[in-house]
Design a protein around this ligand. Structure first.
Ligand code: SF4
Ligand code: SF4
Length: 82
């Protein structure tokens, strides 16, 4: 019985770890190199990018870290956050 409980607890811990590994997404961010061309916003599949005061910005709650903005940007401003 105790062995079974320990086994279940270990399984639950593993599933929790797996869950956090799978959902842990680090949103992209846009550096000050942005020249505000808007190309990344047009390519973002989830509409996470919008025009800010001095550069475009990424909503970290929306970004799915697909990398499309990084691939599109002419100056390499978008990059994975840390
Ligand atoms: S990484 Fe993908 S989802 Fe995130 S802002 Fe860039 S294009 Fe949008
Ligand atoms: S593609 Fe690059 S330069 Fe253009 S708005 Fe996006 S981050 Fe800025």
């Amino acid at each position: 019985m105790i062995l079974r409980i320990k086994k279940e607890a270990a399984k639950a811990r593993f599933q929790n770890m797996k869950f956090f590994t799978e959902v842990r997404i680090m949103a992209y961010v846009i550096s000050d190199d942005c020249i505000m061309c808007g190309a990344c916003a047009a390519e973002c599949p989830v509409g996470a990018i919008s025009e800010g005061e001095t550069k475009y910005q990424i909503d970290p709650d929306v970004c799915v870290e697909c990398g499309a903005c990084e691939a599109t940007c002419p100056v390499g401003a978008p990059h994975p956050g840390e």
